[in-house]
Write a protein that binds this ligand. Structure first.
Ligand code: MN
Length: 228
């Protein structure tokens, strides 16, 4: 057996309620998937096709840990999102087949350096530095499908220091969970361990050091952090 030439980073995992760990592969994120959030960002909803960006698994911060205020920004925003965890390989599957590859669900925060994202948009450059950075994907424990209930009927909510900032319905997503999975599976081969962050409802905004964030979706395990 050969040795690695630099130290190998340990795999990134998320706890699954009562069942051990889920190994995180890629993190796909859906843009503008709630009409009210698209409007607050100055866009109409595009029903032509969903669009995506990605975060590295190494951007994951476990719920319950503090998030250090990141460098190179003065406009760190919260985006509260439903996370869909993929449990089976999928390539070119239909909407009817899509739910069969879902392992479970979780609560996530798509933390965003909004100033860097806005500068990238203006110059028609990629969003990576605004979206994919250390601790930018704050993720709660996963709940397996069988224990999760009807996620599509759940409320999604985020409080900051106890005050409600975001409050919406999963049913208001522009692209449904099976539509997103089927579409993504035509762009990529999905693998067990992949995660999909499904977009955020209206109410995104800045956070500062000292803020406490608490996000819930129905009775899924919540996501929480404190900015330090
Ligand atoms: Mn987002």
């Amino acid at each position: 057996m050969t040795q690695t030439v630099v130290p190998a980073r340990p795999p990134v995992t998320l706890p699954v309620q009562g069942q051990g760990d889920f190994p995180v592969g890629r993190i796909f994120c859906v843009g503008r998937n709630y009409a009210d959030h698209a409007a607050e960002m100055g866009h109409a909803v595009d029903r032509e096709a969903p669009f995506y960006f990605t975060k590295s698994a190494y951007a994951v911060l476990q719920s319950g840990q503090d998030m250090p205020y990141p460098p190179r920004t003065s406009d760190l925003h919260h985006e509260m999102e439903l996370v869909v965890a993929i449990g089976h390989t999928a390539q070119g599957i239909s909407e009817e087949q899509a739910m069969d590859v879902v392992f479970g669900y979780g609560c996530g925060l798509d933390m965003t350096r909004r100033d860097l994202q806005a500068a990238a948009k203006e110059k028609r450059r990629p969003w990576d530095t605004g979206k994919d950075f250390d601790n930018a994907a704050i993720l709660g424990p996963l709940t397996p499908v069988a224990q999760a209930g009807d996620v599509a009927a759940m409320e999604i909510k985020l409080t900051v220091n106890g005050a409600t900032r975001q409050h919406g319905q999963i049913a208001d997503m522009v692209w449904s969970i099976p539509e997103i999975i089927a579409d993504l599976s035509t762009l990529y081969t999905l693998h067990p361990g992949d995660l999909i962050m499904t977009g955020t409802p209206a109410g995104v905004g800045p956070v500062v050091a000292g803020d406490v964030l608490h996000g819930t979706i129905g009775d899924l395990a919540p996501v929480a952090t404190r900015i330090v």
